[in-house]
Design a protein around this ligand. Structure first.
Ligand SMILES: [Zn+2]
Length: 356
C-alpha cells in the first residue's frame, strides 16, 4: 500500500506507479466518507434493517472490495468520527482510510467500481443525516444487531473459542483478522467473527463454522454438545399428561443455551425436530405472575406456558400432581438451524397436550 492520497491525487499516483495499491484518507481532508459493509459479519442484513428504519441510502459510487464486501462513497464537509454503525457496517470518516480500485485485496482480487457505479459516472451523494447523527462529535455510536446475529449461544461461542485456542489462535471479541495457522501467513489474512462463530481465510480460500474448523484440526468424531445429547436420551421421565394438541412455549429466547445443550447442537437446513419429555412446574412464588407454569426439559428451564393457556393447563397439571406427584408431557424442540454463513435460527419448544 502506498501513502494515502486525496481523491484528486489518486489518478496522478497511478500514472506515476501503475501497479501501486493506493488508499485514500477519509474525512474532511478528502471530502469523502465511506460506509464499509462486510457481509461476512452480517453487514448486508444490518444495512437492510437500518434502511427499513431510517430510509434507503441514496445512489452513490460503490466499490466491490476483493473480499466480498462493499464500500459506499459519500461526500462530507464536516468532521465525523469513524464509528461502527451496526454489526458489519462501519462509517469510515475522520482518520479512516479505504483502498481505491484497482488496488488488490489480501485475497488477490482487485477492488473494482460497481459497473455503472464509478465516480466518473455518478457524483458523490451527500451522507444521509441519520448516519451523520451516529457519527457526530460526542454521539455514542448506535449498534444495531439483526436478531439472527444474536442466535449464537454463549455455549457455542465458548466452544468456538476453545477450538481456536487448540489451533493456536487466541480469539478477541468481535470481528478480527489473525495470522492463519493453516498456511504460512505473513500478513493476517484469517477473518474470524467470534460472536457469529464464522471464519474465513483469504490465503487458504477456506472457511466455515465450528464443524469446518474441527475438520481442519483433524478432530473427527462428535462435538462436546452432541455427546451430551446421547447422555440425555437415557434419562427421560415418564409421561403423565397425554395429548396431541400443540401449544407454544414462550420465553425460550432466554434459554437458548439450555436448548442447544439439550438438542446436542445445530443441524443444517431444517434444523432440529427433537421429541423430548417436558416437566410442567407451577411457580406460585413467581413475582411477575403467580399463575405462571414453568417448562423444564432435562431439569433445565426452557420457558413458560403462555399466559392465555395458564388456566386450562393448570387444571391438567394439578390433576397430574395429585395422581402422580409430577406433571409431564411430550414436547418438541424445533429450529436451531444452521444454513451456513450467518443464517442461524432460534430454538423453540411446543408442548403436546390434550385438546382444551
Ligand atoms: Zn490460511
Amino acid at each position: 500500500m502506498s501513502e494515502p492520497a486525496s481523491l484528486e491525487q489518486v489518478e496522478e499516483w497511478w500514472q506515476a506507479w501503475p501497479d501501486a495499491n493506493v488508499g485514500i484518507v477519509t474525512g474532511v481532508v478528502s471530502g469523502v466518507a465511506v460506509i464499509d459493509v462486510d457481509p461476512r459479519s452480517g453487514g448486508d442484513s444490518s444495512l437492510r434493517a437500518l434502511g427499513q428504519r431510517h430510509g434507503m441510502l441514496p445512489v452513490t459510487p460503490e466499490v466491490h472490495t476483493g473480499g466480498g464486501g462493499s464500500h459506499l462513497w459519500f461526500g462530507v464537509d464536516s468532521e465525523l468520527q469513524t464509528v461502527t454503525i451496526a454489526l458489519g457496517v462501519e462509517l469510515k470518516a475522520e482518520g479512516g482510510m479505504v483502498v481505491v480500485p484497482p488496488s488488490r485485496h489480501a485475497s488477490g482480487q482487485a477492488y473494482r467500481w460497481r459497473p455503472g457505479g464509478g465516480p466518473d459516472i455518478l457524483g458523490l451523494a451527500k451522507l444521509p443525516t441519520w448516519i451523520a447523527g451516529f457519527a457526530g462529535t460526542g454521539t455514542e455510536p448506535v449498534i444495531e444487531r439483526a436478531d439472527h446475529q444474536m442466535a449464537r449461544t454463549t455455549i457455542e461461542q465458548e466452544e468456538f473459542e476453545e477450538t481456536w485456542a487448540r489451533a493456536g489462535v487466541d480469539l478477541l471479541p468481535g470481528d478480527q483478522y489473525y495470522r492463519c495457522p493453516f498456511h504460512d501467513d505473513h500478513h493476517p489474512s484469517l477473518h474470524i467473527d467470534a460472536e457469529g462463530c464464522r471464519w474465513y481465510c483469504f490465503g487458504c480460500g477456506v472457511g466455515g463454522g465450528i464443524g469446518k474448523l474441527r475438520d481442519m484440526l483433524g478432530e473427527g468424531g462428535r462435538s462436546r454438545l452432541r455427546t451430551q445429547l446421547r447422555g440425555h436420551a437415557k434419562r427421560a421421565l415418564p409421561v403423565t399428561i397425554h395429548g396431541a394438541h400443540e401449544i407454544d412455549v414462550v420465553g425460550e429466547s432466554h434459554h437458548q443455551d439450555e436448548l442447544l445443550a439439550i438438542t446436542g447442537g445445530r443441524r443444517r437446513y431444517g434444523g432440529v425436530n427433537v421429541g423430548v419429555v417436558a416437566r410442567l412446574v407451577p411457580e406460585p412464588d413467581n413475582r411477575f405472575d403467580p399463575d405462571a407454569i414453568a417448562v423444564e426439559i432435562d431439569d433445565r428451564p426452557v420457558g413458560y406456558v403462555r399466559r392465555e393457556d395458564d388456566q386450562w393447563v393448570r387444571s391438567l397439571v394439578d390433576e397430574s400432581l395429585d395422581m402422580h406427584g409430577l406433571a409431564t408431557c411430550e414436547a418438541t424442540i424445533r429450529g436451531g438451524w444452521d444454513r451456513g454463513r450467518d443464517e442461524v435460527g432460534w430454538f423453540g419448544v411446543a408442548l403436546l397436550l390434550p385438546e382444551d
